[in-house]
Ligand binder design. Structure first.
Ligand code: NAD
Length: 449
């Protein structure tokens, strides 16, 4: 098995120059080829201009982490959000935190459903896509078309058609030599990288079982404002709706599922599971509050996955792997032999190593170092397939059936028809009943394939 912490292609400045000379020589060159040359550019110490799509908590932090990188200036030059009321506080906060690195005048502030399109027309080099994931395939596809370097938050879709759309655009990004980085930051954390490599090198023998958990508290919600449209309410409360969020197994638990896929260098072939919503409240929309899935990989390895949103219950965000010669507490970065003796224990020895375990910052250090050197990270494929694994798990809990990976990846069931939404007066795919309750998926009845 091979470790793949940060796959990068070898697009070099020479490739860029070769493409440039083709452009000069040919008059009938397609616009997409112009973008091939732009994408493959080694930025060196040039200023990298960033545009932010989705100016919430994560997007605003990701911009700062991009600006903290070294090797050249990083400037924020454009911002897009569905809501003006989200864009302005983000801009004000960034102006306070990163004075001199933010240059977003009124005519580069965009709001509404089409804000991303306007932002992609600016001359930003890179976009950070940090909206709710239901919009990611649409925004990612447009960003690739526009020839931008891309940092896309996880998950990259909420349904199988969205995953396929993302994968198709990702192939074009590769052809264009564009960077695609995904916010699955554990893959950039030193403690994870060392532990995963030791496991892949055989420290615990053959893997027979993995356990992945995101068990925690209830998510946030925002109370309904009198007179707002249903679309506005659901967009403000995106976490609680399937079409925007994908349910918490996809939105949150993807991190832990991805770690096991990374260790296995594979994706599960089968899934079956159970889930539901025990602590129902109207405000919490239509997602479950617990999922438990048994995934089986092609070689027979089983991954047990649990995620839960219930206060005062066992709280654990972790990954564990069991092998024929020992076991690993992956999130705790400890490896034990068959007698329970610790044989590997990563602990940072200095500030630099401590910093290298901070994935959110490190993923940006890695991304910017790579694109300055002209090597474009290609994290899109595993980002999309780990997203699909989490969706696969949700399909299992919603349907109550034993499911097959290929059939699920090829499912035509669309849960997030975001292309058709252009206004807050549009009608979202789910509506409350007369008493204000949203319908939940029903195992045995709900169709997922
Ligand atoms: N990697 C991580 O550890 C991590 C941590 C937190 C969140 N995330 C991911 O980041 C993404 C955003 O999460 P968040 O916590 O910042 O949420 P948030 O609600 O704070 O921010 C989302 C922003 O996107 C805006 N938005 C919604 N639809 C939009 C559209 N169509 N066009 C433009 N803007 C739109 C919202 O108005 C909001 O400002 C999610 O995919 C989430 O899973 C990742």
């Amino acid at each position: 098995m091979k470790a793949s912490p940060t796959p990068a292609n070898s697009t070099s400045r020479r490739t860029f120059l070769r493409n440039s000379s083709v452009l000069v020589a040919g008059s009938a060159i397609a616009a997409s080829q112009v973008q091939i040359a732009r994408g493959a550019h080694a930025y060196g110490s040039d200023t990298i201009k960033v545009g932010l799509v989705g100016c919430g908590g994560r997007g605003s932090q990701a911009v700062q982490q991009a600006m903290n990188t070294t090797g050249g200036e990083v400037k924020l030059i454009a911002m897009a959000d569905a809501f003006e009321s989200r864009l302005q506080p983000s801009l004000a906060g960034l102006n306070r935190a990163k004075q001199g690195k933010v240059d977003v005048p009124k005519d580069r502030q965009f709001v509404g459903f089409n804000a991303y399109k306007d932002l992609l027309q600016t001359d930003c080099d890179m976009v950070i896509l940090a909206t709710p994931p239901g919009f990611r395939p649409l925004h990612f596809e447009a960003a690739v078309k526009a020839g931008k370097q891309i940092f896309a938050e996880k998950p990259v879709a909420v349904d199988a058609p969205g995953v396929r759309r993302f994968l198709a655009a990702n192939e074009i990004a590769k052809q264009k030599g564009l960077a695609v980085a995904i916010g699955l930051q554990r893959r950039h954390e030193r403690k994870y990288m060392e532990t995963v490599k030791a496991i892949q090198d055989g420290a615990i023998g053959d893997i027979v079982l993995a356990r992945a958990y995101w068990n925690g508290n209830k998510p946030w919600f925002r109370t309904r404002i009198e007179g707002e449209t249903e679309m506005t309410y659901q967009m403000r409360n995106w976490y609680n709706f399937l079409w925007t969020c994908g349910d918490h197994i996809v939105e949150q638990h993807i991190h832990n599922i991805d770690v096991i896929n990374w260790i296995k260098n594979d994706y599960p072939a089968k899934a079956q599971g159970q889930g539901g919503c025990v602590l129902r409240e109207k405000a919490f929309g239509e997602i479950y509050d617990h999922h438990m899935v048994e995934f089986t990989y092609g070689d027979g390895t089983v991954m047990l996955s649990e995620c839960r949103h219930q206060p005062n219950t066992w709280n654990s965000v972790a990954e564990h792997v069991h092998g024929t010669k020992g076991r690993a507490d992956v999130s705790g970065s400890k490896i034990y032999d068959a007698d329970g003796k610790i044989i590997h224990n990563f602990s940072p020895k200095n500030d630099q190593e401590r910093d290298l375990s901070q994935g959110h910052q490190q993923e940006h250090h890695d991304l910017f170092a790579e694109i300055r050197a002209g090597r474009m990270p290609q994290e899109g494929e595993w980002g999309a397939k780990s997203t699909m694994t989490a969706i696969f798990g949700r399909m299992a809990t919603y349907s109550g059936q034993t499911l097959d990976w290929d059939k699920c990846l090829n499912s035509e069931v669309v849960v997030s028809p975001v292309d058709k939404y252009t206004s807050f007066d549009d009608v979202p795919p789910t509506k409350p009943d007369a008493d204000g309750w949203y319908a939940l998926p029903t195992p045995g009845k709900t169709k997922v394939v």
